[in-house]
Ligand binder design. Sequence first.
Ligand code: ADP
Length: 229
Amino acid sequence: MSCGRRSPRSNYWIETVQSEPPPDVSKRMLGQMSQEVDAVTQLVDELHELSQIESGRVTLKLAPTTIEHVVERALERIKPQADRKRIQIAAQPQTKVPPALVDADRIGQVLLNLLHNAVKFTADGGQVVVKTELLTIDQSPAPPIPADHASGIWVQVSISDTGIGIPSQELARIFERFYKVDRARTRNAGGTGLGLAIAKHLIEGHGGRLWADSAEGRGSTFTFTLPAA
Ligand code: ADP
Protein backbone atom coordinates (compact mmCIF):
# COMPACT_ATOMS: atom_id res chain seq x y z
CA MET A 1 0.00 0.00 0.00
CA SER A 2 1.55 3.37 -0.97
CA CYS A 3 1.22 6.21 1.55
CA GLY A 4 1.54 9.35 -0.57
CA ARG A 5 -1.12 8.63 -3.14
CA ARG A 6 -4.29 6.64 -3.53
CA SER A 7 -4.18 2.98 -4.66
CA PRO A 8 -5.52 2.30 -8.20
CA ARG A 9 -8.43 0.45 -6.54
CA SER A 10 -9.43 3.49 -4.42
CA ASN A 11 -9.13 5.72 -7.48
CA TYR A 12 -11.42 3.41 -9.41
CA TRP A 13 -14.04 3.37 -6.61
CA ILE A 14 -13.93 7.16 -6.16
CA GLU A 15 -14.14 7.89 -9.89
CA THR A 16 -17.04 5.43 -10.25
CA VAL A 17 -19.02 7.11 -7.44
CA GLN A 18 -18.20 10.57 -8.86
CA SER A 19 -19.68 9.49 -12.22
CA GLU A 20 -23.07 9.04 -10.43
CA PRO A 21 -23.74 5.37 -11.27
CA PRO A 22 -26.99 3.54 -10.28
CA PRO A 23 -27.53 3.57 -6.46
CA ASP A 24 -26.66 -0.14 -6.00
CA VAL A 25 -23.25 0.39 -7.69
CA SER A 26 -22.57 3.50 -5.54
CA LYS A 27 -23.49 1.53 -2.44
CA ARG A 28 -21.12 -1.31 -3.34
CA MET A 29 -18.21 1.06 -4.08
CA LEU A 30 -18.79 2.96 -0.81
CA GLY A 31 -18.73 -0.38 1.05
CA GLN A 32 -15.36 -1.19 -0.56
CA MET A 33 -14.01 2.26 0.31
CA SER A 34 -15.14 1.88 3.91
CA GLN A 35 -13.21 -1.43 4.16
CA GLU A 36 -10.13 0.25 2.68
CA VAL A 37 -10.37 3.10 5.23
CA ASP A 38 -10.62 0.52 8.06
CA ALA A 39 -7.53 -1.29 6.74
CA VAL A 40 -5.50 1.94 6.51
CA THR A 41 -6.63 3.02 10.00
CA GLN A 42 -5.57 -0.36 11.43
CA LEU A 43 -2.20 -0.10 9.68
CA VAL A 44 -1.55 3.40 11.05
CA ASP A 45 -2.64 2.41 14.59
CA GLU A 46 -0.43 -0.70 14.62
CA LEU A 47 2.60 1.11 13.15
CA HIS A 48 2.19 3.80 15.80
CA GLU A 49 1.91 1.20 18.53
CA LEU A 50 4.99 -0.71 17.30
CA SER A 51 7.08 2.46 17.21
CA GLN A 52 5.91 3.40 20.75
CA ILE A 53 6.90 -0.05 22.05
CA GLU A 54 10.24 -0.08 20.19
CA SER A 55 11.21 3.34 21.50
CA GLY A 56 10.47 2.26 25.09
CA ARG A 57 7.57 4.69 25.48
CA VAL A 58 5.14 2.01 26.61
CA THR A 59 5.15 1.54 30.38
CA LEU A 60 3.87 -1.82 31.52
CA LYS A 61 1.56 -1.69 34.54
CA LEU A 62 2.73 -4.89 36.23
CA ALA A 63 0.59 -6.62 38.86
CA PRO A 64 0.14 -10.25 40.01
CA THR A 65 -2.55 -11.58 37.66
CA THR A 66 -4.47 -14.83 37.34
CA ILE A 67 -3.76 -15.66 33.70
CA GLU A 68 -6.74 -18.04 33.42
CA HIS A 69 -9.02 -14.98 33.89
CA VAL A 70 -7.24 -13.08 31.11
CA VAL A 71 -7.65 -16.18 28.89
CA GLU A 72 -11.38 -16.40 29.73
CA ARG A 73 -11.95 -12.75 28.80
CA ALA A 74 -10.08 -13.11 25.50
CA LEU A 75 -12.06 -16.28 24.67
CA GLU A 76 -15.35 -14.46 25.31
CA ARG A 77 -14.31 -11.69 22.91
CA ILE A 78 -13.22 -14.02 20.09
CA LYS A 79 -16.17 -16.43 20.44
CA PRO A 80 -18.58 -14.67 18.01
CA GLN A 81 -15.90 -14.81 15.29
CA ALA A 82 -15.21 -18.51 16.00
CA ASP A 83 -18.96 -19.27 16.02
CA ARG A 84 -19.34 -17.77 12.55
CA LYS A 85 -16.87 -20.41 11.28
CA ARG A 86 -18.22 -23.18 13.56
CA ILE A 87 -14.77 -23.37 15.17
CA GLN A 88 -14.75 -24.94 18.64
CA ILE A 89 -12.68 -22.73 20.90
CA ALA A 90 -11.96 -23.41 24.57
CA ALA A 91 -9.44 -23.35 27.40
CA GLN A 92 -8.22 -26.85 28.24
CA PRO A 93 -8.43 -27.42 31.99
CA GLN A 94 -4.91 -27.86 33.43
CA THR A 95 -3.54 -27.95 36.94
CA LYS A 96 -3.80 -24.58 38.72
CA VAL A 97 -0.93 -22.19 37.99
CA PRO A 98 0.35 -19.36 40.20
CA PRO A 99 -0.39 -15.74 39.20
CA ALA A 100 1.99 -14.05 36.74
CA LEU A 101 3.51 -10.58 37.07
CA VAL A 102 2.02 -8.88 34.01
CA ASP A 103 0.18 -5.93 32.52
CA ALA A 104 -3.19 -7.70 32.19
CA ASP A 105 -4.45 -5.40 29.39
CA ARG A 106 -1.34 -5.94 27.28
CA ILE A 107 -1.35 -9.73 27.76
CA GLY A 108 -5.08 -9.72 26.91
CA GLN A 109 -4.18 -7.87 23.71
CA VAL A 110 -1.49 -10.48 22.82
CA LEU A 111 -3.89 -13.35 23.51
CA LEU A 112 -6.64 -11.77 21.43
CA ASN A 113 -4.22 -11.26 18.57
CA LEU A 114 -3.04 -14.90 18.65
CA LEU A 115 -6.64 -16.17 18.96
CA HIS A 116 -7.69 -13.92 16.09
CA ASN A 117 -4.95 -15.43 13.89
CA ALA A 118 -5.86 -18.97 15.01
CA VAL A 119 -9.49 -18.44 13.94
CA LYS A 120 -8.50 -16.58 10.77
CA PHE A 121 -6.13 -19.31 9.54
CA THR A 122 -8.35 -22.29 10.49
CA ALA A 123 -11.01 -23.67 8.15
CA ASP A 124 -14.69 -23.91 9.14
CA GLY A 125 -15.37 -26.65 11.68
CA GLY A 126 -11.80 -26.65 13.13
CA GLN A 127 -10.59 -26.37 16.70
CA VAL A 128 -8.62 -23.91 18.80
CA VAL A 129 -7.38 -24.82 22.28
CA VAL A 130 -5.68 -22.62 24.91
CA LYS A 131 -3.52 -24.26 27.59
CA THR A 132 -2.00 -22.59 30.67
CA GLU A 133 0.77 -24.48 32.50
CA LEU A 134 3.56 -23.97 34.99
CA LEU A 135 7.03 -24.20 33.46
CA THR A 136 10.27 -24.52 35.41
CA ILE A 137 13.42 -23.75 33.43
CA ASP A 138 16.76 -24.73 34.95
CA GLN A 139 19.91 -24.17 32.93
CA SER A 140 19.44 -25.27 29.32
CA PRO A 141 15.81 -25.55 28.21
CA ALA A 142 14.84 -28.34 25.82
CA PRO A 143 13.44 -27.41 22.36
CA PRO A 144 11.01 -25.99 21.35
CA ILE A 145 11.69 -23.57 24.23
CA PRO A 146 14.23 -21.02 22.89
CA ALA A 147 17.77 -22.04 23.98
CA ASP A 148 18.44 -18.60 25.48
CA HIS A 149 15.27 -18.56 27.63
CA ALA A 150 16.08 -17.28 31.14
CA SER A 151 15.81 -19.84 33.95
CA GLY A 152 13.17 -19.55 36.66
CA ILE A 153 9.48 -20.27 37.18
CA TRP A 154 7.21 -19.26 34.34
CA VAL A 155 3.55 -19.37 33.41
CA GLN A 156 3.35 -20.80 29.88
CA VAL A 157 0.36 -20.17 27.62
CA SER A 158 -0.12 -21.97 24.30
CA ILE A 159 -2.72 -21.48 21.59
CA SER A 160 -3.09 -24.46 19.23
CA ASP A 161 -5.20 -24.54 16.09
CA THR A 162 -6.05 -27.14 13.46
CA GLY A 163 -5.53 -24.61 10.64
CA ILE A 164 -3.47 -24.27 7.47
CA GLY A 165 -0.16 -24.31 9.34
CA ILE A 166 3.12 -22.57 8.48
CA PRO A 167 5.95 -24.09 6.39
CA SER A 168 8.99 -24.80 8.63
CA GLN A 169 11.30 -22.54 6.58
CA GLU A 170 8.94 -19.57 7.24
CA LEU A 171 8.50 -20.08 11.00
CA ALA A 172 11.36 -17.81 12.05
CA ARG A 173 10.21 -15.00 9.76
CA ILE A 174 6.56 -14.63 10.76
CA PHE A 175 7.55 -12.38 13.70
CA GLU A 176 9.14 -9.85 11.35
CA ARG A 177 7.10 -6.74 10.67
CA PHE A 178 4.90 -7.00 7.52
CA TYR A 179 5.88 -10.63 6.94
CA LYS A 180 3.04 -12.81 5.64
CA VAL A 181 3.31 -16.44 4.58
CA ASP A 182 2.32 -17.10 0.98
CA ARG A 183 0.14 -14.10 0.23
CA ALA A 184 -1.76 -15.99 -2.50
CA ARG A 185 -2.91 -18.61 0.01
CA THR A 186 -4.23 -16.04 2.47
CA ARG A 187 -5.21 -13.26 0.04
CA ASN A 188 -8.61 -12.64 1.61
CA ALA A 189 -7.47 -13.02 5.20
CA GLY A 190 -6.81 -9.29 5.73
CA GLY A 191 -4.45 -8.02 8.43
CA THR A 192 -1.36 -5.82 8.41
CA GLY A 193 1.41 -8.35 9.11
CA LEU A 194 2.33 -6.35 12.25
CA GLY A 195 0.37 -8.27 14.91
CA LEU A 196 3.03 -10.88 15.71
CA ALA A 197 5.83 -8.28 15.77
CA ILE A 198 3.84 -6.29 18.37
CA ALA A 199 3.00 -9.45 20.37
CA LYS A 200 6.67 -10.54 20.46
CA HIS A 201 7.80 -7.13 21.73
CA LEU A 202 5.12 -7.09 24.43
CA ILE A 203 5.99 -10.60 25.67
CA GLU A 204 9.73 -9.85 25.66
CA GLY A 205 8.96 -6.60 27.53
CA HIS A 206 7.65 -8.84 30.35
CA GLY A 207 10.87 -10.90 30.25
CA GLY A 208 9.21 -13.87 28.53
CA ARG A 209 9.48 -15.34 25.04
CA LEU A 210 7.03 -16.07 22.19
CA TRP A 211 7.61 -18.80 19.63
CA ALA A 212 5.69 -20.95 17.12
CA ASP A 213 5.58 -24.61 16.09
CA SER A 214 3.65 -25.82 13.11
CA ALA A 215 2.98 -28.68 10.71
CA GLU A 216 1.86 -27.41 7.32
CA GLY A 217 -1.74 -28.38 6.62
CA ARG A 218 -2.24 -29.70 10.16
CA GLY A 219 -2.11 -26.64 12.42
CA SER A 220 0.04 -24.31 14.50
CA THR A 221 0.85 -23.73 18.15
CA PHE A 222 1.95 -20.32 19.44
CA THR A 223 3.47 -20.40 22.93
CA PHE A 224 4.55 -17.61 25.26
CA THR A 225 6.01 -17.47 28.75
CA LEU A 226 5.40 -14.95 31.55
CA PRO A 227 7.24 -14.60 34.86
CA ALA A 228 5.43 -16.19 37.79
CA ALA A 229 4.61 -13.55 40.43
P1 ADP B 1 -1.49 -10.66 9.96
O1 ADP B 1 -2.30 -11.73 10.68
O2 ADP B 1 -2.03 -9.29 10.13
O3 ADP B 1 -1.15 -11.02 8.54
P2 ADP B 1 0.59 -11.33 11.87
O4 ADP B 1 1.87 -10.62 12.20
O5 ADP B 1 -0.37 -11.56 12.98
O6 ADP B 1 -0.05 -10.54 10.69
O7 ADP B 1 0.96 -12.74 11.22
C1 ADP B 1 1.95 -12.82 10.21
C2 ADP B 1 1.72 -14.02 9.31
O8 ADP B 1 1.97 -15.24 10.04
C3 ADP B 1 0.28 -14.17 8.81
O9 ADP B 1 0.05 -13.35 7.68
C4 ADP B 1 0.24 -15.65 8.46
O10 ADP B 1 0.87 -15.87 7.22
C5 ADP B 1 1.12 -16.27 9.55
N1 ADP B 1 0.30 -16.76 10.69
C6 ADP B 1 0.11 -16.15 11.89
N2 ADP B 1 -0.65 -16.91 12.70
C7 ADP B 1 -0.95 -18.04 12.01
C8 ADP B 1 -1.72 -19.22 12.31
N3 ADP B 1 -2.31 -19.41 13.50
N4 ADP B 1 -1.81 -20.18 11.33
C9 ADP B 1 -1.18 -20.01 10.13
N5 ADP B 1 -0.45 -18.92 9.79
C10 ADP B 1 -0.35 -17.95 10.71
